[in-house]
Design a protein around this ligand. Structure first.
Ligand code: SF4
Length: 495
């Protein structure tokens, strides 16, 4: 059997980092972890090829040679996924689709031959048995959540690691919270399921043995869903592993803001090498937090929580949303003020989106307010429901937030404020590579000479050299990210 596993292309979005990746000569931020894990579940004697369209082109000849083309992706990849499905249908190769995009919206893809939905640990084995017997159905799905302690190691041998800025590990699935707009509990349930610590260290070993020495992203939607296991088993095992291997990686992940309430957890994460955590902050408006059931953020001094996380060596990347029914007219100014005070350098501000099947989607459907399918990109002004606020006011207010916070003056101020309080507990070794010289030259030219941020860029660089020399690489990285964010938001269409 010849299988082709295809990961569709991401459009240029806030998270694509396309503009930033050019500075470091990388093609994509993260590898297709789901497909590489599925590849490890396929019979060893099958011939498997992976094409991640974010790093290499998909050729007709590869599709023609394949018995099946497997496609996986998220909703933001839907446009590219549709083109791949059409192309396969035209070339006469059968398609098998799975992953979040298809699990929540398989009905939108009539040309797909087979769907292997939900988590592959449960649905893939039956599909594989059936295709070998020639009796495969169109849809394989389940309402169960699999134990992930038997999930195999991803097939890292199927990709070229050096094309990526980061590698990925999944430690858990599921989230104990139930935010109204989020589809994570729909996809993975509210009970957190975790891998064993020996699975995690085996995954680190595997990535390390393939030569990787840079960042590793723990892709969990809420890394701290099971704090007891993390503190008792997983983090101590990661710390031991990192010490034995002389800290070859840095880590980043995603977590709910109650991470700030557990100092022991923060201490262990800092010691393990976690340097960044994405936190859903959403809004400083309490009524909007109540509306979306973001219980962990209510009645909390969120700025104080963010600073506690910073003080344990982790930068906080924040998710923010506007478009809640309870948002007051002042929400745009409130968000700008909050973001500036919070020292959240990377503030992912999006418009509220009704993801298919979520509680928000069902409520808006009942209220007859859904207007279109979502695009998976909550920063492109394509709001898919009728908001309570006047639409033009909402879209213009949104543009005002992102153009302000990513203007060089505001952005570089946040970088400097953050570097003043940042203090990682582990002294990291800066591993010099020739590519760093090229990256520095590109930044000097694009940011320090041509860019409209040149004044703020030099101010930050000189301040860092004299006041925080250890953080010069971090300051340069954040300057490059700022360039990407600014460029993404400068492209927003007129309202
Ligand atoms: S805490 Fe995060 S992952 Fe969990 S339900 Fe809320 S938004 Fe989703």
């Amino acid at each position: 059997m010849n299988l082709l596993l295809v990961y569709p292309e991401f459009p240029e979005t806030f998270w694509s980092y396309k503009k930033a990746l050019k500075f470091v000569s990388k093609k994509s931020g993260s590898p297709p972890l789901g497909l590489l894990t599925v590849a490890a579940m396929l019979p060893a004697e099958w011939n498997i090829k992976v094409v991640d369209m974010n790093v290499s082109p998909l050729r007709n000849s590869s599709i023609r040679k394949a018995d099946f083309v497997f496609i996986s992706g998220m909703s933001v990849q839907q446009e590219s996924a549709r083109k791949v499905i059409e192309l396969c249908a035209r070339l006469g190769t059968k398609t098998v689709a799975g992953g979040p995009l298809f699990t929540t919206g398989w009905e939108n893809f009539p040309r797909v031959d087979h769907f292997v939905l939900n988590e592959a640990e449960l649905t893939l084995p039956e599909f594989l048995r059936d295709i070998q017997k020639g009796t495969a159905r169109r849809i394989y799905s389940t309402e169960q959540w699999p134990d992930i302690t038997d999930t195999p190691l991803p097939r890292w041998d199927l990709i070229k690691m050096k094309k990526y800025a980061s590698m990925s590990v999944q430690h858990s699935r599921g989230c104990p919270f139930d935010c109204e707009f989020c589809d994570i509990t729909l996809l993975y349930g509210r009970k957190t399921r975790v891998k064993t610590s020996s699975q995690i260290t085996a995954e680190l070993d595997n990535i390390y043995s393939h030569g990787w020495r840079e960042n590793v992203f723990f892709v969990d939607d809420n890394f701290i869903g099971s704090k007891t296991i993390l503190k008792r088993e997983t983090l101590p095992a990661i710390i031991r592993w990192m010490e034995e291997h002389r800290y070859p990686f840095t880590f980043n992940t995603q977590a709910s803001i109650n991470i700030a309430d557990d100092k022991e957890l923060l201490r262990l994460m800092g010691k393990a090498g976690f340097t960044r955590v994405f936190v859903g902050i959403e809004t400083p408006n309490e009524e909007s937090l109540k509306e979306c059931s973001k219980v962990q953020n209510i009645n909390r001094d969120m700025i104080a929580s963010i600073k506690i996380i910073n003080q344990h060596g982790m930068e906080v990347q924040g998710g923010f949303i506007v478009g809640f029914d309870s948002d007051p007219a002042s929400i745009f100014e409130d968000q700008i003020r909050f973001i500036q005070e919070s020292t959240v350098v990377t503030a992912m501000v999006g418009l509220l989106t009704a993801l298919k099947g979520t509680k928000l989607y069902l409520r808006l459907k009942r209220e007859n307010r859904l207007v279109s399918e979502e695009t998976g990109n909550n920063t492109d002004l394509s709001i898919n429901f009728k908001p309570a606020m006047n639409l033009d006011i909402l879209l213009n207010g949104y543009k005002k937030i992102v153009s302000t916070i990513y203007s060089p003056k505001y952005y570089y101020k946040r970088v400097m404020d953050f570097l003043k309080i940042y203090s990682p507990p582990v002294k990291r070794f800066f591993r010099f590579r020739p590519i760093h010289i090229l990256t520095l030259i590109k930044s000097l030219v694009l940011l320090g000479i041509i860019g409209k941020e040149r004044f703020q860029y030099w101010k930050l660089m000189l301040w860092t050299i004299f006041r925080r020399p250890r953080y010069f690489p971090l300051a340069s990285t954040l300057a490059i990210y700022g360039f990407h964010y600014r460029k993404v938001f400068e492209k927003l269409p007129r309202v």
